[in-house]
Design a protein around this ligand. Structure first.
Ligand SMILES: *Cc1c(COP(=O)(O)O)cnc(C)c1O
Length: 390
């Protein structure tokens, strides 16, 4: 018998409550029943994103929201600055290039977070930059960028501030309105812990003004078309949406607010810390050297010498049922990543560390069996995490 556990930074585990909603008999998307759910989800997403502005739900994975940001916010040939801290920064670059933008790239070593001062310097030198794109949580490396610090710089510039918060929002704080974020992208299969297939995107008033002027060809991801349907009474989507996913998201968002924003952030923080400490105890090294740059959604670990990373992740999945992620892009084979995003409790972390220990032991890695698990337990205990709220 083998039970399966998903410990990746998307898709993430889904609660039984959300799965039950996902399995409800299908509603028609033009029915009053679905309109009610769609209105609720849109309102809850606004609260989730801490905005009173517009939030549009798209039926696509998170990349669809990134594409919508690029194709709606700009005109052909516009100059944009991509703050590139990893594989998803590369994705923004590719998208901007494909849709005819002039891309300026601020590249960092993978595993490092962006320095807001570098962004300020480039913006000061290039007043013609029309938009800045950045990841909040760069899932390929595990860093978190300081969006609040960058937002303070952006306030003095006319460029739109576009944030891919797909693996960040809901795990750590992101205040769309008070930080003045113009466009923020999210996805259903990350912190919200619903099935994959829906994305959401917030749009500020300043962004709408630039969107109205956009001349980049687009059809499915036309935000003005989507907004016209959202403004109908009752609100709708222009095309058939991922009905069951949206129904599931409605429940998942309820669960987020029932647990409480601060409690969710705290759970992510403690889980991330427990994974980091356990892995360091086992003699592994975090890819992200600076603890202040480590995000709470995923922990990236270097594959140590003498260990085959592919064999390790395969053993964890095939023998022990724990799916973790390998490296992406140029980190393929060099790191592995343990996700602790969304519906992940402390005992999921203990299971993942146990499986990791077995998989390391199989390859002859030297450590005392249980050392990582004990370290994780201690982290939970010392952080007062064993209280009734768990
Ligand atoms: C998951 C993720 C995406 C989008 O990936 P999809 O597979 O399209 O959902 C984009 N950016 C970041 C930072 C992500 O973690």
């Amino acid at each position: 018998m083998k039970k399966n556990y998903i410990m990746t930074p998307g898709p993430v585990p889904i609660s039984n409550e959300v799965l039950m909603e996902h399995g409800r008999p299908l509603m028609h998307h033009r029915s009053p029943e679905f309109s009610k759910v769609f209105t609720e989800v849109t309102d809850k997403l606004k609260k989730f994103m801490q905005t009173s502005g517009d939030v549009i739900v798209l039926t696509s994975s998170g990349t669809g929201a990134m594409e919508a940001a690029v194709t709606n916010a700009f005109c052909l040939g516009d100059k944009v600055l991509v703050v590139n801290t990893g594989n998803f920064g590369e994705r923004f670059k590719k998208l901007a290039n494909v849709f005819g933008l002039k891309v300026m790239s601020l590249d960092y070593e993978w595993g490092e977070a962006a320095n807001p001062e570098d962004i300020k310097k480039l913006l000061d030198e290039n007043p013609d930059i029309k938009g800045v794109m950045i990841q909040q949580s760069e899932t390929s490396t595990g860093i978190i960028n300081d969006i609040e610090a960058v937002s303070k710089i952006m306030k003095n510039h006319s460029a739109l501030f576009i944030v891919d918060a797909i693996s960040g929002i809901g795990a750590s704080d992101l205040k769309v309105d008070s930080w003045g974020l113009d466009i923020v992208c999210g996805g259903s299969q990350k912190a919200i812990s619903a099935p994959s297939g829906a994305a959401f995107i917030s749009v500020s008033q300043k962004a709408w003004k630039q969107i109205e002027k956009s001349n980049i060809p687009k059809f499915y991801f036309d935000l003005i078309a989507a907004k016209k349907y959202v403004d109908k009474n009752p609100p709708q989507t222009p095309w058939t949406p991922g009905i069951s996913i949206i129904v599931a998201m409605n429940k998942a968002l309820d669960m987020f607010f029932e647990e409480g924003r601060e409690a969710v952030y705290e759970r992510h923080k403690v889980n991330a810390l427990a994974v980091q400490k356990a892995c360091e105890k086992l003699g592994l090294e975090c890819l992200v050297k600076n603890p202040a740059s480590r995000g709470v959604s995923v922990t990236s670990l270097k594959v140590p010498e003498g260990i085959d990373g592919k064999v390790l992740t395969k053993a964890m999945r095939a023998k022990y049922g724990v799916t973790i992620a390998g490296g992406q892009g140029k980190l393929t084979g060099l790191i592995f990543r343990i996700g602790h995003l969304g519906y992940v409790g402390i005992f999921d972390v203990l299971i993942a560390i146990t499986a990791l220990e077995f998989a390391l032991k199989e390859q002859g890695w030297k450590f005392e069996l249980g050392a990582g698990v004990v370290e994780a337990q201690k982290t939970f205990w010392e952080n007062n995490y064993m209280s009734p709220k768990v």
